[in-house]
Write a protein that binds this ligand. Structure first.
Ligand SMILES: *Cc1c(COP(=O)(O)O)cnc(C)c1O
Length: 374
């Protein structure tokens, strides 16, 4: 194996160039049709996304953060409402809550790195209105306990699916568990466009109508103003790209799962590494799409230096800090010890559909070498 191999964490130069011709055709077609805003490609993409997730409605919006924000507005979240979110999430989840004037309350994670229902229950007060489970790394949480909490305390469930498109729990798609699910199509997500994009999915007609209107200045389909709104439309050209990419979504997910199996296979005898479940032994309950490959390891920082010396980029999610570590924001939770431990040990290995399998083999081999395995 070549020692001069270099593995970037995410090589943005591959996003377009590996299949340029395919996308050129789509771009030219849309541009010659002059279909810029709220056109057919958007409607087709929304239809495709809704049927893929198995819900009635999908509404394209400008980005994943707006998708969370507009969903919370549509379900009636008001200023001073408390919304429970995991501390292990992107700042956008908290930002969307904050934009309404509501209060993000931080929950701890469990062994699966996802929101821990026991921690959630300990945070519920009379002001709590919603829980936002974040289906991180292409893995869906065990949903029954969260669903039970939502029933018991009359709380709304909105799923942040920015990392969860295509992921399933007990055969049910991430995004279809709560009253609304939200997606991001940032270029590095499992389904990424050539810029910013997002969507809300829901089975609730009322929520769908509200999000549809709010994303377009409060206008109904006839163009009549019905309420206060904003401009958070998904560009038609991005929708056309997403529609095209959706055609090979399964291939792309399978490629990620292949890389995950390579990692799992190489790490299973190394006791210093805790890997996510392998795609080969996930059982029937979870279907992971591996937006990220997040492992917990001993000597994390030394491992990262060793890999860097061998031209392998790794990152720690969110720039190395969970939400309660962002001192500028002053967010609070209660007993976030599992999240604390995770952020001392966690690292993301390169994982995306643009990687070659021999790059994954090289990464896995170097990790083995670091822990003294052959
Ligand atoms: C990417 C991401 C977002 C935000 O999506 P944008 O499209 O960048 O606004 C929100 N939540 C999580 C968990 C994400 O990974």
């Amino acid at each position: 194996m070549s020692e001069i191999m270099k593995v970037q964490f995410f090589d943005y130069s591959r996003v377009y160039s590996t299949e340029a011709e395919r996308y050129d055709n789509v771009l030219k077609d849309v541009l010659y049709r002059s279909d810029f805003i709220m056109r057919d490609d958007l409607a087709k993409f929304e239809k495709k996304l809704a049927s893929f997730v198995g819900v009635k409605h999908a509404i394209g919006v400008a980005n994943g953060t707006d998708a969370i924000w507009l969903s919370l507005l549509a379900v009636g979240i008001k200023p001073t409402d408390e919304i429970i979110i995991p501390s292990h999430t992107y700042v956008a989840t908290a930002g969307a809550v904050k934009m309404i004037g509501a209060i993000p309350i931080l929950a701890d994670c469990g062994e699966d790195h996802l929101i821990n229902p026991e921690s959630v229950e300990s945070l519920i007060t009379e002001r709590t209105k919603a829980i936002i489970p974040v289906q991180l790394n292409g893995r869906t949480a065990v949903m029954e306990p969260l669903f039970e909490l939502s029933q018991k305390y009359n709380l709304i469930l909105v799923e942040d699916e920015a990392q969860g498109l295509g992921s399933k729990y007990k055969g049910k798609m991430a995004g279809s568990f709560g009253i609304a699910g939200t997606y991001s199509f940032f270029p590095a997500k499992v389904l990424g466009c050539f810029g910013d994009g997002g969507a809300v999915v829901t089975d609730d007609d009322n929520v769908a109508i509200k999000v549809r209107r709010m994303r377009d200045h409060g206008r109904d389909v006839q163009g009549k103003i019905r309420m206060w709104g904003y401009n958070s439309r998904l560009d038609n050209i991005q929708a056309a790209i997403l529609l095209e990419k959706f055609r090979t979504f399964e291939r792309d997910i399978n490629h990620r799962r292949k890389i995950a199996s390579i990692y799992s296979e190489h790490f299973k005898d190394i006791k210093e590494i805790i890997s996510p479940p392998s795609p080969n032994d996930e059982g029937s309950k979870h279907y992971n799409t591996f937006q990220n490959y997040e492992i917990e390891v001993e000597s994390r920082d030394n491992l990262r230096s060793y890999l860097a010396e061998h031209n392998i980029d790794t990152i720690i999610q969110w720039g190395g800090k969970p939400l309660h570590g962002l001192t500028a924001l002053g967010l609070h939770g209660k007993d976030l010890s599992r999240t604390e431990l995770l952020f001392k040990r966690a690292v993301l290995l390169p994982m995306n559909q643009y990687m070659y399998l021999n790059e994954a083999e090289y990464v896995a081999q170097k990790v083995r070498e670091f822990y003294g395995a052959k």
